[in-house]
Design a binder for this molecule. Structure first.
Ligand code: HEM
Length: 319
């Protein structure tokens, strides 16, 4: 593990600077950094295989199963995650290839899942990612860099290697767009509890945006229904929050044109038992969005704290 992490650390830092990795067979593809970033995470099965269970962060372990789950092995689990991102698809592909090549002496590939978000500059300032159901996604997130974010995401105690790190829950969630597309705007907004146009909560009735919604709620009072996604997902206590970072995915449509799309849904937190799990339990009990979404992949990974130049990813764990 230490030798593998030493190689990956060097590769990631070079790629993030737009440089080729050592012995790169395609150095001409290192055309720039394009905000290349990568991090490495460790699944519960890795700790078990290496007898390192005592090094697991508090609350971390295999997720319980949920009623909504229809998980497939090909999208789930894994000992080690390498999550790679870049603003340019060629830079991303080149970097991914290099990291996989340098990993092969130590591991084999269980799966690779590709996702995407907007091209930088496509979304007006103030709006976040729009997912393939058309919703503005990520509005109620803690703001990166804020005190709030630090408290929600970065782990403060436990084994030294995880301090300054975090826990990732990854879910591949399929969207049933054929039936979703049969809903009108007002119904779609009711399912989430937010407006499609700008992601604002349905706290007032806007005739222009949702005339039939206004007719059904003449008082205009409780306009976010009890079954709405944000009513069920919003925090019920001080701890059950997380930082969500959704990417869309799109695979080949079926021969009848049925789309195969959804979210590579990721959430970062200090303790998944206190943060993700209670929220997912509430959504499992009641969330109208479940009619059009199905989790088909699931995994969890512990991510080591960030490092300074000259250090190695998760060095304290594997030394
Ligand atoms: C395909 C699946 C999903 C879709 C399309 C979806 C979509 C959305 C949208 C559009 C919002 C409102 C905007 C925002 O604040 O980001 C939202 C909010 C939220 N979602 Fe989801 N979501 C999905 C799955 C999940 C899952 C699996 C969880 C957690 C277990 C979750 C937790 C949350 C939370 C905590 C909020 C913020 C609620 C608030 O405080 O207002 N979502 N989601």
């Amino acid at each position: 593990m230490l030798r593998w992490m030493t190689l990956l650390t060097d590769d990631i830092s070079r790629l993030a600077s737009g440089e080729p990795i050592l012995a790169d067979p395609n150095p001409e593809l290192a055309i720039g950094a394009a905000r290349f970033s990568a991090y490495v995470g460790f699944g519960p099965s890795l700790f078990r295989k290496l007898g390192l269970e005592s090094q697991m962060p508090s609350g971390f372990g295999p997720l319980p199963s949920f009623k909504v789950d229809q998980l497939q092995d090909q999208f789930s689990g894994g000992d080690v995650l390498i999550h790679i991102a870049a603003d340019d698809p060629i830079v991303l592909s080149h970097g991914t290839r290099g990291l996989i090549r340098d990993s092969l002496p130590f591991a084999s590939v269980r799966y690779s899942q590709s996702g995407f978000a907007h091209t930088p500059g496509m979304v007006p300032a103030g709006l976040t990612h729009r997912n393939l159901m058309g919703q503005v996604d990520g509005t109620a997130n803690p703001k990166p860099g804020s005190e709030d974010f630090n408290e929600v995401v970065w782990i403060e105690d436990g084994p030294a290697w995880i301090q300054g790190g975090t826990q990732l829950v990854f879910r591949r969630i399929a969207m049933q767009l054929n039936t979703w597309d049969q809903l009108g705007t007002a119904s779609k907004e009711e399912v989430i509890g937010r407006k499609l146009s700008n992601g604002a909560p349905l706290t007032g009735v806007n005739e222009e945006d949702a005339p039939d919604f206004a007719a059904r709620h003449p008082n205009g009072l409780t306009v976010i229904p009890d079954f709405a996604h944000i009513r069920r997902a919003s925090p019920q206590n001080v701890t059950d929050r997380m930082f969500r970072r959704p990417f869309s995915y799109e695979a080949s449509p079926a021969s009848d044109g049925t789309p195969d799309v959804g979210l590579l849904w990721t959430a970062y937190q200090r303790d998944m038992t206190k943060q993700f799990i209670p929220v997912q339990r509430r959504l499992d009990e009641l969330d109208l969005l479940n009619e059009w979404t199905v989790p088909i992949g699931s995994a969890e990974f512990a991510i080591a704290g960030g490092i300074a130049r000259g250090e190695i990813i998760a060095q304290a764990l594997f030394s």
